[in-house]
Design a protein around this ligand. Structure first.
Ligand SMILES: [Zn+2]
Length: 318
């Protein structure tokens, strides 16, 4: 995309920008990120971070306008600390506007990133409380009494619609006092848990709290349609968002038959998301949203509208 070439001045950088959000596995994405971040840092030597953000927004806005005929509720946005120098809250909100994203579920490390966006545009931004004060919390947040106290103090602000996105990399991580307490909090305050885990951990969470509502991040990241269908069938309190899954759902841009059948079978249970987990994704944001619109348009219109917007609006707006 022109934005990356113009700013970073490298064809290889361009390639990383374009393919990262698509059908790569997690380790590919992470290694691409490492390459990208070092180049990004080099670029940042020459350009003040805020100026870089303004330039990116300028170049993005000078490309073809996004197809905004289908409003999008993006259910997977982070505005993490390492994004702040490159993209101001105003630049991020301008990208959402340009992409036709009229509502967004935002969680950030630390949570202050979410609050910055929410204060600028409380109608568009739906805050979700991320348990991570720093990236290091991701490792053991589910065992930390400090993190639990932090979560409950923040929840008292009463602005959040969920807790997450958090990671459970092992099913044993779900069997802790923190998780039991969070499930209680979530049920009591009608909050949705946004969970990045495999199917086994999702089953474990429902075993602890059958009444809890869960948004399954990336539909399990690598879970095949048959497994996603099994979980949705067994757990009425489960929804799935398909950020980072466009490469599986629509390889080469054509909607896969098994995913299509899954969307038709559970039209009320899916949502779209982008997952802006690293700064370079913001540079490609409009294109990532456009990619989701492309396969959504291959579904019957009423189902596309549900997945693009209505399902999330029903679950997350009051
Ligand atoms: Zn995730």
């Amino acid at each position: 995309m022109a934005v990356a070439v113009a700013v970073a001045g490298s064809d290889r950088t361009y390639a990383v920008f374009r393919i990262s959000p698509r059908g790569m596995n997690t380790s590919d994405i992470e290694s691409a990120s490492v390459q990208m971040m070092s180049r990004h840092q080099q670029t940042a030597k020459y350009l003040n971070g805020v100026i870089l953000g303004a330039l990116l927004a300028f170049f993005a806005s000078s490309t073809l306008p996004a197809d905004t005929t289908l409003p999008i509720f993006d259910t997977h946005i982070h505005y993490n600390h390492d994004n702040w120098a490159s993209f101001s809250p105003q630049a991020v909100l301008a990208l959402l506007q340009q992409a036709g994203v009229t509502r967004a579920l935002v969680s950030s490390t630390p949570d202050d990133g979410t609050l910055m966006l929410y204060r600028q545009d409380p109608k568009r931004i739906i805050p979700v409380l991320r348990p991570y004060r720093t990236p290091a919390d991701r490792v053991d947040w589910f065992r930390s009494a400090e993190v639990l106290a932090y979560i409950e103090k923040r929840l008292a602000q009463n602005i959040y619609r969920g807790i997450g996105e958090f990671h459970l990399t092992d099913v044993g991580d779900a069997a802790t006092d923190n998780i039991a307490r969070l499930i209680q909090d979530a049920v009591k305050h009608e909050l949705v848990l946004h969970v990045h885990s495999d199917a086994e951990a999702i089953r474990a969470l429902f075993a602890i709290g059958p009444q809890v509502k869960i948004l399954w991040a990336h539909a399990g990241m690598s879970a095949p349609p048959s497994l996603v269908a099994e979980l949705l069938g067994n757990h009425p309190g489960l929804w799935a968002e398909i950020s980072l899954r466009a490469g599986d759902i629509a390889p080469d841009g054509r909607l896969d038959a098994k995913w299509r059948a899954l969307f038709l079978r559970h039209p009320d249970r899916f949502m779209v998301g982008t997952d802006t987990w690293a700064t370079f994704i913001w540079s490609d944001y409009v294109e990532v949203v456009r990619e989701h619109r492309d396969w959504l348009h291959q579904l019957p219109k009423d189902i596309a509208v549900k997945i693009a917007y209505d399902n999330a609006a029903r679950l997350f707006t009051r």
